[in-house]
Design a protein around this ligand. Sequence first.
Ligand SMILES: [Cu+2]
Length: 827
Amino acid sequence: MRDFVLRAVTFLLRLAATSKPRPAAHPALGQPGPHAKAPYLLPPGGGFLPPAVEKRSCPSSAQICSGLTVEWFAPLVVPPVRLGLHTPLRVPELVLASLLPPLRVRAELGSLHGPPQRPPALGRRRPVNKLSSAFLHEHNSSIRCSPAADERQPSLYSLNAPLAILLESANLDANTHPFEGYRASIALSFSSISTALIMASYSQSMMALKGVVLGALLLVGTGSGVAAGKAGTMQVVGNSGVSAQMMFLGTEQKVYILDKTENNPLKVNGHPAWGVEYDINSNNIRAMEVRSNTFCAGGMTLGDGRWLVTGGNKAVTTNGADAKSGQGYGAYNGGRALRFLSPCDNQQCQWDDQASNQLNTERWYPTVEPLADGHNIILGGMRDGGFVPSQGSNNPTYEFYPIKGDGGSRNLPILQRTVPLSLYPIAYLMSSGEVFIQAGREAILWDYKKKSERALPTIPGAPRVYPASGGSALLPLSAENGYKETVLFCGGMSLGKTSNWGNEGGPTIAVSQLPASTSCEQISPMAGGASWEAVDDLPQGRSMGQFIQLPDGKLWFGNGVTTGVAGYNTNPNAPGRPVGESYGDNPSYQPLVYDPKASKGNRWKRVGSSNIGRLYHSSATLLPDSSILVAGSNPNADYNTNTKWKTEYRVERWYPEFYDAPRPSNGGLPRTFSYGGNGFSITLPSAADAQKAKVVLVRTGFSTHGMNMGQRMIELETTRQGSKLNVAQLPPNPNLFAPGPALAFVVVNGVPSQGKMVMVGNGRIGTQPVAAKTNLPGGKRDEMLEGRNSSLLERNLDHAASQLGHDDLLRRSGLHARHHKSSTDRL
Ligand SMILES: [Cu+2]
């Protein structure tokens, strides 16, 4: 204790000599307070911090509860570093923990590059520094846990014993690693505990360049600029319980995660779980019963707001081997499954996964895209398992849910022509009602009404569909770009000859160390003479990279590997040369942000970094606060902790650079949106804000395999009158944004509000009511019609509504109310 105070004084003195005076101490941090007896970490150079002790509840069913991250900066050549829990754990909160079974310690070490821009926050779970152009490079081989194990072999410690972790750094090459810095993530795991656990979180940072322990700044206390600090970073926030092969945002509070059927330690109804509901705020999970095997299924919302997850694979037993239906882990054949979920916030909803609901044919790796009438189109897949299909196992057809017309499966010739690269075809509904489809190297516009196709040019660069697994995204639609669709593809893999992809048994050449493609290409399929256009290359090749649409119009690109492809093989001598079981290796730890409006050459930016590899079967989704939940990775046939790329349960959250900025209110947003019809208005704090404001809708999508089915964003038309922002409904064409749930945001000067879950369309499956395009006051044309505007608008809408014969439209548009009362938030 005396030592502690002495060190504090020393650092304060050093600090006083090297920095400007700071505001008065934060009462909780300015003195060795209630945390003074807590264990602390002994960092390189002897700096220290009183750790923040944090209570954390683990889900009752979870077996692992993690969350201790240490970060610091050090010179290029780092001497061996000793981090230790310097004193026995004696804080009152930890007494309970000390009575519990042994503590399991696992640590991973990575390096961070880029100068620190601000001191770390203390007293928060995440002690992360904001780093510019951070670059992470993993050095797992250079870490040792003392006394007896390395990071891949968790060792057991008693909580009452001092814990020390020795980090022996490698000598880094200054040319390839332009800055210095390390991060150690230490996961503390408790086994067999079903009650709430208490975790301690420690932060430590040292910037050796200045000889100052940044953390010591916090002893002096700081005002603004230190307390927040999530922006531009990534942190571990929880545990998914099942590996997140598939993931989607269901409500403003809940994310739903699906795994394939495998031996996850998390159990439900006496068998391993493969589905959970993940609470965004508490990071708690609820195991959910799913009857059929969801192995590589497709999913999307329907026009009535339900989620459909369809297709999958056979019932399996240990290590992915086929099981008789109902045997093994309890899964049923999911090949023809239609599973439904109405997401909820009260923990009561369950998957509706009845054997009576069936597709016409088995589909493993089908793509699902929502249509203008609230149906889903379900494209392709395979009739059985395997790496890639042969003509025999391929299913080159599509069908609809709910069933349309003759109810059967229709042929889709592109999926026959592109075998073996025909699984998970990339599909986006176009404004014409045609579906843009990309598979193999082909691209087409498919008219499912006429059962005809229009060919588009062959995609340059590399194959993009599974298992080459490039990322793809539809760029935001707006009046500014005339709602012209542009589809962007980045990364993927070329193996030269198509035959090198092999067949169900795997690739015929070694793939795991082949560099993935850096190429990015885009096309505007509806434009006359549509052609591919090369845009900024990825800074590093990537397979299984995933685009996530951000409400500011930019796109996150994360997850995946820099070498190899999707898929796995349990045979280490297979021609594809799996690493462990994974055909992908050398994960990309560096999320990027793509700005489609930036000039060419300036579109990519590195934001944040991780030290968790997200290989095959990982996923990500946008959350209402514009952060991104990142989870999954299991390039193995079953739950596997005994291989290089283990089954990954840690859940991370990535925070955009605007994360800490004050957010606009979403209070003026309605809960329902229509196609055309009466707009609405939002009052912003100032006219200047209104000038920079917009309203966007984002369908966050169904994330799996580097895809995000259904994801798209549309910006609504607006005009301004002082501080009032007049907002149009969606354009009168449901093909531009199919009906169903979406997140709505007010975005001011690039900073989004919290997203509000809204319903686009009438909330029903079927032809959607469409009214005339919203006529906004304050626009150039309307300035001339000032005074007459509202009556004209009403006449137009009356006319449109009577033509369409939709009472519902009138009711929902607020038009009736408008006739009788003056409303400031309806136009
Ligand atoms: Cu898969």
